[in-house]
Design a protein around this ligand. Structure first.
Ligand code: SF4
Ligand code: SF4
Length: 145
C-alpha cells in the first residue's frame, strides 16, 4: 500500500513503519518546561546533548534510555498522550487520523524536505551541555507549537 502512512491507523503499523513515521524534525529532543499551575508546556531551544543536530537524529538511539532516563519512547500504547508533541509531529497527527504534510519525507520521498521546509530544529538549538537547567526559561521559544 503506497500511502500506508496516511491510511493505516497507528495500531496497524509494523516496527519498520512505526520508525519510518518519524519526520526527523527533532523537536521532541528539545527541553520543555511545564507551568505547574496551568499544566501548559513551553518548548525551549535547548536540546539534548546526544542529538546530532546536523541530521537531527539521536547519536546513540539504541542506548538512549540509559543515557537519558527521561528520554520519551513513543509507543502505540501511549498514543492517547501524544498531545504534548509538536503539532507537526507525525505520530500526533496520525493519532488524530490526520494526513502527513507534504514536506514529510514519506510524502516527499526526500529526507531533507523536513529541513528545507524549516520544520526541523537544525541550526536553531543549543546543546544542554552549555546551559544550566535553571536557565532554560531564558530560552523559551514560540516556533514550536
Ligand atoms: S517530534 Fe515527532 S516527528 Fe519530530 S522527531 Fe520527534 S517523534 Fe519524530
Ligand atoms: S537521547 Fe536521543 S532521542 Fe532521547 S532526547 Fe536525546 S537525542 Fe533525543
Amino acid at each position: 500500500m503506497a500511502d500506508w502512512f496516511n491510511t493505516l491507523p497507528l495500531e496497524a503499523l509494523d516496527r519498520q513503519q512505526w520508525e519510518a513515521l518519524c519526520d526527523g524534525c527533532a523537536k521532541c529532543c528539545l527541553h520543555k518546561l511545564e507551568d505547574e499551575d496551568s499544566g501548559e508546556v513551553y518548548y525551549t531551544k535547548v536540546r539534548c546533548r546526544y542529538l546530532d543536530e546536523d541530521n537531527c537524529r539521536c547519536s546513540d538511539y539504541e542506548r538512549r534510555s540509559v543515557l537519558v532516563p527521561n528520554c520519551v519512547h513513543l509507543t502505540v500504547e501511549n498514543s492517547a498522550e501524544f498531545d504534548w508533541l509538536p503539532s507537526t509531529c507525525a505520530y500526533r497527527l496520525r493519532a488524530h487520523g490526520e494526513p502527513l504534510p507534504e514536506w514529510h519525507p514519506l510524502v516527499s520521498g526526500d529526507r531533507d524536505s523536513v529541513h528545507r521546509a524549516g520544520v526541523s530544529i537544525r541550526g536553531r538549538a543549543i546543546s544542554d551541555e552549555y546551559v544550566h537547567p535553571d536557565g532554560y526559561d531564558e530560552h523559551i521559544i514560540t516556533w514550536v507549537e
